[in-house]
Design a protein around this ligand. Structure first.
Ligand code: MLT
Ligand code: ZN
Length: 470
């Protein structure tokens, strides 16, 4: 292997392997024989051909920020981790075609900066943008806080280059918005979590750069009031509604406990809040006026209980910081049950009510960390251990029953048990309960067609073949 990538880019000593076999929350620890860091698609292709000829398992890895254990090897085995961080070149910015062509190891932050330098926006926005990579964003079909306006990663990808398990290169680096020439093969590599091929480069869509934004935090009477307010915001502000994030009272309490220097934006404590962001090419003043109009009509109708409109960029950043710290605050506390579900907006309020009641019936002291991208129907429904209960005890007692209840309720409401975090290892076996026989059989048929030896990221996404192929 070092003959392909060079000795410096082929690691095999245990201490060197450690960061590549452990996920960032330290929940999944795997085993690997080596880590390779290729610097070109050609090298990825050669590594794959080498491994294919010898029956060696390969685990592709970008920024290793997965929450689902999808980017680290299995606990037993002799896998090779193929990390793409050296493939970090922006290849082309085309401001006529409005596309950005880059290698898979470019971080999301660097991709956004490259777009901004060209006077454009690459709109994907997620908390880990400083370390997650475009290849991983594509492989997991990343979502985040701007999906309401711009869609998921899948909606932002025009072309993909990927290396297949046998080393062949699928070259689909086209920047076309229309291409109806048969099967859209790039879709196979988007959201399949590195089980069908390794994304090595991509062509992404660029958007016009908004010139103004307006941000507010509103306390709302209930999740149902939040949904109604979203309807009002869309009616008043149309396309400008870019983010609409739900935050539960316990989620705000948790974050404020860690952010010592940030005060609650409200005098009273509220059970539910929404962070609203409008962006557009208009002036900031007119956007603020539009958002004020939404908030005032919400106050008049009783949907909104209190609201604060950011008066400056710094204010807006503080409000966003509160939202973005919720995930880390849970990691630091330990003992949260991360359910990442989506439900049609028309049923989301009832879902939150039912799922909360089900969880509190099991353990009334649970802290209900409920937040997320309500505007697109995605709720991070993350029951957290009571403050005086050890994480291990809480998870042992409640991880299984709570996740099963929450997932079943989301499924029953026409929802998904993994809205944006993917499947990885964490949700793999659950798929057999929530996907039909036909869906599972098709997934396995596709896997077998592309990776008949099962060498690429095994143990991820697909539940055991026994159940799936029955
Ligand atoms: C978020 O929206 O903050 C992310 O999906 C991360 C998380 O929920 O942990
Ligand atoms: Zn999220």
């Amino acid at each position: 292997m070092s003959a392909i990538v060079g000795p410096q880019a082929c690691l095999s000593q245990a201490p060197d392997l450690q960061p590549f076999v452990t996920d960032y929350r330290g929940l999944y620890v795997g085993q690997a024989a080596a880590v390779v860091l290729p610097n070109s698609t050609e090298q990825v292709s050669q590594v794959m051909a080498w491994c294919h000829a010898r029956g060696v398992v390969v685990v592709p890895q970008g920024g290793n920020t997965s929450l689902m254990g999808g980017a680290v090897p299995e606990p037993q085995g002799q896998a090779v981790v193929l990390n793409l961080r050296r493939m970090n070149q922006v290849l082309a910015v085309d401001t006529v075609n409005d596309t950005l062509t880059l290698q898979a190891g470019v971080t999301l932050n660097a991709a956004r900066n490259a777009a901004e330098d060209a006077g454009r926006l690459f709109p994907l926005r997620i908390g880990s943008e400083g370390s997650c990579q475009i290849g991983g964003n594509i492989s997991t079909n990343a979502g985040g806080t701007a999906v309401l306006r711009y869609g998921n990663m899948r909606d932002l990808v025009l072309g993909v280059e990927a290396v297949l398990p046998d080393g062949r290169i699928y070259s689909g680096l086209r920047g076309l918005r229309k291409d109806n020439t048969g099967y859209d093969l790039k879709q196979l590599f988007i959201g399949s979590e590195g089980t069908l091929g390794i994304v090595t480069a991509a062509v992404l869509k660029l958007m016009p750069q908004p010139t103004a934004s307006s941000v507010a935090l509103a306390a709302v009477a209930s999740p149902a009031a939040a949904v109604a307010l979203l309807g009002e915001a869309k009616k008043t502000a149309g396309q400008a509604v870019t983010a609409f994030e739900l935050i539960s009272g316990p989620a705000l309490d948790l974050v404020l406990g860690y952010l010592g220097n940030v005060k609650s934006p409200f005098e009273a404590r509220h059970d539910w809040m929404v962070l609203i962001e409008l962006t557009s090419g208009a002036s900031s003043e007119s956007l603020d006026q539009t958002l004020m109009q939404v908030l005032e009509s919400g106050l008049d109708s009783g949907l909104v209980l209190d609201a604060t409109l950011a008066q400056s960029g710094a204010d807006a950043q503080t409000l966003w910081r509160i939202r973005e710290e919720i995930s880390d605050a849970q990691t630091r506390t330990g003992g949260s049950i991360k359910c990442d579900v989506s439900v049609p907006l028309s049923r989301i309020a009832a879902f939150i009510e039912e799922a909360s009641a089900a969880v509190l019936a099991l353990e009334p002291q649970t802290r209900m960390i409920v937040y997320g991208h309500m505007g697109d129907g995605n709720v991070h429904f993350n029951p957290l251990r009571p403050a005086d209960r050890a994480a291990k005890d809480y998870l042992t007692a409640f991880y299984e029953p709570i996740s099963r209840q929450v997932d079943s309720l989301a499924h029953a409401a026409g929802g998904s048990i993994s809205a944006e975090h993917g499947v990885g290892v964490a949700k793999r076996d659950d798929l057999s309960h929530y996907k039909s026989e036909v869906e599972l059989a098709l997934m396995w048929q596709i896997k077998k067609a592309l990776d008949p030896q099962g060498l690429l990221n095994p143990g991820k996404v697909l539940p055991a073949p026994v159940a799936a192929q029955a």
